[in-house]
Design a protein around this ligand. Structure first.
Ligand SMILES: [Zn+2]
Length: 270
């Protein structure tokens, strides 16, 4: 989960998302609209009686403030609430067998980071017709998946490209909220499959955006375009606008593949 605004758990219930699968919560910054849902969510998780850990990735100050709340209101959780203290800098903050999560510092009114979630490269697919033809022994299959060539007992080499097919592409997602426009962000994010970049304002309020540490839809689209992202997801709209579709309209003048964020939206990254 990235950020946990007020009512996050109600949203999860409406979408029938399984609470038991929630193991990591990544907080971009310590503004109320990004964290006030945490005590309620922890309370509901405690009722489920699940064991294990939940790790909250946040700044030192977040650990301090949230620990005080949890220690009083969420004392009897059947799981451990752990903290991974992060800093507003570029760093890899989590690495699992299949996934890397890194932070990028953003420019907002308080310390803020964006998160980039990247799947590690997938293994190559065995071409079983060819491995049979070249009589590759079974114990070699894992090395083939990792890209190794096959060397016959007589010393001749069968290149890996003959025996395997390209792996399934690895997926990536970047989450950038909240921030003023940062042209340098594009290069740091890179060509992700999906970029969420906040679009608090439209260009008609561009003068207001930067001093408040926010971006316009047009600016988010420029970041998506310059990063080489496949798709841009808008969101974090100012309540001054009545028509959300204006955000997609403005962004798509700069970048074609815009998805308008709304509650309950599900996106297949592949
Ligand atoms: Zn904020």
């Amino acid at each position: 989960m990235v950020d946990c605004g007020e009512g996050a758990q109600l949203g999860m219930m409406r979408q029938r998302l399984p609470f038991t699968r929630l193991r990591h919560i990544f907080l971009t910054h310590l503004h109320g609209d990004h964290v006030f849902g945490l005590p309620g969510l922890m309370g509901t998780l405690a009722l489920g009686g699940n064991g294990g850990d939940i790790t909250i990735h946040t700044f030192e100050e977040g650990k301090k403030q949230l620990s005080a709340i949890f220690n009083y209101f969420n004392r009897d959780t059947p799981f451990d609430i752990k903290f991974n203290v992060i800093k507003p800098e570029e760093a890899v903050i989590l690495e699992t067998k299949s996934l890397t999560v890194r932070t990028i510092p953003l420019k907002h009114r308080v310390d803020t980071v964006g998160f980039v979630f990247e799947e590690k490269p997938n293994l190559r697919h065995i071409n079983s017709e060819m491995t049979k033809f070249h009589e590759v022994p079974h114990y070699m299959m894992n090395s083939l998946k990792e890209g190794m060539d096959f060397i016959r007992p007589d010393g001749t080499v069968v290149p890996n490209s003959v025996l395997t097919n390209d792996p399934t592409p690895s997926l990536s997602y970047a989450h950038m909220s909240d921030t003023m426009y940062m042209p340098e962000l594009a290069e740091k994010i890179g060509p992700v499959d999906l970029l969420f970049h906040e679009t608090t304002y439209l260009e008609d309020h561009a003068a207001m955006a930067a001093p408040r540490g926010h971006s316009t839809a047009r600016q988010a689209a420029m970041v998506a375009r310059d990063a080489g992202a496949k798709r841009l997801l808008t969101g974090h709209y100012s309540s001054r606008y009545n028509d959300d579709s204006l955000f997609a309209k403005e962004a798509s003048e700069i970048f074609p593949n815009v998805i308008l964020n709304k509650e309950g939206l599900k996106i297949d990254l592949g």
